[in-house]
Design a protein around this ligand. Structure first.
Ligand SMILES: [Zn+2]
Length: 432
């Protein structure tokens, strides 16, 4: 085994995951040390140090939006080698409320996850209420001047102003308001190791002039987040929580680069951001280019997180262009619809070929599901609408991505990244 593949796996002791009570000494800041990098590329491997343990990068961060990775136990997520979990401040604010999670001892303790945690600021979810994201992206906007467009049949549930965003809860119709300060207060109470500054998330459909105004507003919000974060850090005396700024700017190179430079130079009382997130609308075709623009402007000694990625092959592009950590909801989301990853590409285990296939999803996979269950059984579970089908397929897909990123990390350190990439993608797309 490559030494780097000994990524932390948490052991169960008396039904709880070992290490839950073992906080590292309180660091003064989030540590990131780059160890190896790709020749003539921005991609690198390194280690992020948090109060709840280290993250060997590049790393996949499992998405646990509502303090759970849907359909699987945190013990399973730990056992399959995931190093960190990302929850969402917007969802947890609405249900169960930041006060409950704070009283439980923070996100990790609340959900029985001993490792590092992230919380997304909720900006994306709040803004999504405003425009009905998915539908608007399919609209024809030729000649569209007005940014105040919403998808047909959707009611605008969020209003952005200079100070923040007012929105209507999708759960009960109640009115709420997020400002940069409120987002920081919520995230501090949720208690994750890495927080994100509250940003305005635009779509590719917004006009250039709106993107310019939005990036400038996100910059002003970032300054307010940093100031509030420093105030809360002094006031609360918790294990250190790090805050990442989010670089927006859609598909415009000058806006992306300027946004990154402005956020890097931002200082309050001598302190800057602990790392940077790359947010906003990214399409498969421009993912690598946008990540490269941003990472070229970011300092080498700070961690970079890509907010949301779609498919396993995108992982190579993101990492090659400088991303250290990324979250991805796809492995669990598609698993619940019977789509599973394999070295030979993605397929649906509820389709006819799996009905009498008594082999595992992937012969070379080392996950719990592939060790114990056949495609025929999984096929049956989906047809019978049994819930454990989602559990077993999520375990496989999450392990698939964790292992892929472990292998990428090892290949960066061994100097064989490009060979590994060619080999993996060649097989992954061979049958499509
Ligand atoms: Zn498997």
């Amino acid at each position: 085994m490559h030494p780097d593949q000994s990524a932390t796996r948490h052991e169960l002791v008396d039904g709880r995951i070992a290490g839950l009570d073992e906080l590292s000494p309180r660091p003064l800041q989030l540590g990131f040390v780059p160890h190896a990098s790709l020749p003539r590329r921005l991609g690198r491997s390194g280690v992020i140090t948090t109060p709840h343990g280290t993250i060997k990068t590049p790393a996949f961060v499992a998405v646990g939006t509502k303090a759970t990775v849907k359909a699987v136990l945190p013990e399973s997520i730990a056992a399959l080698g995931a190093q960190a979990v990302l929850a969402n401040a917007f969802h947890l604010y609405l249900q169960p409320g930041a006060d409950i999670i704070e009283a439980a001892g923070g996100l990790g303790r609340f959900m029985n996850w001993p490792g590092p945690t992230f919380t997304d600021s909720g900006g994306f979810q709040v803004m999504s209420l405003g425009v009905g994201f998915k539908k608007i992206l399919a609209m024809n906007t030729d000649g569209l001047e007005d940014d105040d467009v919403i998808a047909t049949g959707k009611t605008r549930l969020a209003q952005v102003d200079e100070d923040g965003v007012t929105f209507t809860s999708h759960l009960d119709g109640s009115q709420h308001r997020f400002t940069p300060e409120i987002s920081m207060q919520i995230q501090h109470r949720l208690g994750a190791d890495i927080l994100f500054a509250f940003d305005e998330c635009t779509t590719l459909m917004n006009t250039r002039s709106y993107q310019e105004r939005s990036v400038a507003r996100t910059q002003r919000w970032a300054a307010r987040c940093l100031a509030e974060h420093l105030r809360l850090t002094r006031e609360r005396a918790q294990p250190y929580q790090a805050v990442f700024a989010v670089v927006q700017g859609a598909q415009f190179e000058d806006l992306r680069r300027q946004a990154a430079r402005d956020l890097v130079s931002l200082r309050t009382e001598g302190s800057g951001f602990d790392g940077y997130g790359i947010g906003g609308a990214l399409e498969k075709d421009n993912l690598g280019t946008i990540v490269r623009w941003v990472c070229e402007e970011l300092p080498e000694n700070k961690a970079r997180h890509l907010l949301g990625i779609s498919e396993p092959d995108d992982v190579f592009i993101a990492i090659e262009n400088g991303v250290d950590t990324f979250d991805c909801v796809s492995p669990s989301r598609v698993a619940r619809n019977a789509a599973v990853y394999s070295a030979r590409g993605r397929f649906n285990v509820n389709a006819a070929p799996s009905r009498r296939n008594f082999a595992p999803i992937d012969e070379n996979c080392d996950c719990y599901t592939c060790a114990h269950y056949t495609q025929a059984y999984l096929h049956h579970l989906f047809k019978a609408r049994e819930m454990v089908a989602s559990t077993l397929c999520t375990i496989h897909n999450e392990r698939f991505v964790v292992r892929l990123v472990d292998d990428i990390r090892a290949s960066i350190q061994a100097g064989s990244f490009f060979d590994f990439k060619m080999d993996f993608l060649g097989r992954y797309y061979a049958s499509s």
